[in-house]
Design a protein around this ligand. Structure first.
Ligand SMILES: Cc1cc2nc3c(=O)[nH]c(=O)nc-3n(C[C@H](O)[C@H](O)[C@H](O)COP(=O)(O)OP(=O)(O)OC[C@H]3O[C@@H](n4cnc5c(N)ncnc54)[C@H](O)[C@@H]3O)c2cc1C
Length: 297
């Protein structure tokens, strides 16, 4: 029986393990080896780590954890979690079962990008198709930057206007009313009507083909749909918010006693959305780890 099993070895889970390890709590961290920012070669917007490859950050964190004897980090996938506070059972994909008094879920989200040919491939390659201006906006500085779909375009155009040379909204068949057009025009953005047939790499940038006509871009923002990466919140009956995030309080406690959640999968109700960033995920892992220590006293 360990004190805590952490499921997830991204920044949230790794930091939670460090916080618990420093208080000599027995911890098993299970990591299936697939991370939300796998497509990104470099991560940004993290003090002193701007531009670090995400895998390097995780490796450094695992190496920090090696100094703490009570922490075990294991590459393993989990199928199911059951039980109640002080007696949780974590069923691994290899058939074994591990037990703990507390659970920290840090399993992250999975993204589904719009179903336009070429978008998924370029998203996975990571350098030209992105979703977050805070993470990747500066890398598109001085370029003609596209936004796929009209619905979120106003917000993205307004955020990126000082960074990009100009912006192009690929409406992709979505309506753009007069007010939206005026808003976009005032920020120097043009609108290309019509369905986007495909996007493909071209030189250092990409080309979006809209009804046979090529639109040359230096980068493209898309709005992925995000889902919980693992089924454990459902299995444990945790309350969720309309965002799909697991509802947590400021310390990462969920609606079920003994279960905490951290990182992208968790959503504090007072925030308009789950804040998805590496530094925020690590900070929430620290809070969940600290809350676990308190609840074990
Ligand atoms: C393309 C892209 C680029 C990004 N770039 C940046 C950036 O530049 N800067 C920034 O701050 N943020 C960036 N983000 C956001 C950032 O990736 C997330 O905020 C961060 O990774 C969240 O960390 P996490 O620990 O919650 O989840 P993750 O890092 O996704 O980790 C989830 C963990 O859960 C494990 N897991 C899931 N299911 C199971 C299971 N069944 N069994 C065992 N383990 C399981 C996974 O293996 C993994 O270890 C980017 C996101 C994307 C999509």
């Amino acid at each position: 029986m360990r004190d805590v099993i952490i499921i997830g070895g991204g920044p949230a889970g790794l930091q939670a393990a460090l916080t618990l390890g420093r208080l000599h709590r027995s911890v098993l961290l299970l990591d299936a080896g697939s991370y939300r920012n796998d497509p990104a070669a470099h991560m940004h917007n993290f003090l002193a780590q701007d531009g670090t490859p995400p895998a390097e950050l995780r490796e450094a964190a695992r190496s920090d954890l090696a100094a703490y004897d009570t922490v075990e980090v294991r590459a393993a996938a989990v199928d199911r979690v059951s039980g109640v506070a002080d007696d949780f059972a974590v069923h691994l994909a290899d058939g074994s079962v591990e037990r703990s008094r507390r659970i920290i879920l840090a399993t992250g989200l999975r993204d589904e990008v719009p179903d336009v040919p070429g978008v998924d491939e370029l998203w996975r390659e990571g350098d030209l198709v992105a979703h977050c201006p805070f993470c990747h906006g500066h890398e598109m500085a001085g370029q003609v930057v596209g936004v796929l779909g009209a619905e979120r375009a106003g917000h993205l155009v307004a955020m990126m206007a000082p960074v990009a040379a100009s912006m192009v909204v690929l409406a992709d068949g979505e309506p753009v009313d007069e007010d939206a057009r005026a808003f976009l025009a005032a920020r120097g953005a043009s609108v290309v009507e019509g369905k986007v047939e495909r996007v493909e790499r071209s030189g250092a940038g990409l080309v979006a083909v809209v009804e046979g006509e090529p639109v040359a871009l230096g980068g493209l923002f898309v709005g992925p749909t995000s889902h919980q990466a693992a089924p454990f919140a459902e299995q444990l009956g945790l309350a969720t918010l309309p965002s799909g995030g697991v509802e947590v309080d400021v310390m990462g406690r969920t609606s079920v006693d003994g279960v905490l959640a951290a990182g992208d999968m968790a959503h504090e109700a007072s925030l308009p959305m789950a804040l998805a960033a590496v530094l925020v995920a690590a900070a929430s892992g620290l809070k969940a780890g600290a809350a676990c220590v308190q609840s074990l006293l």
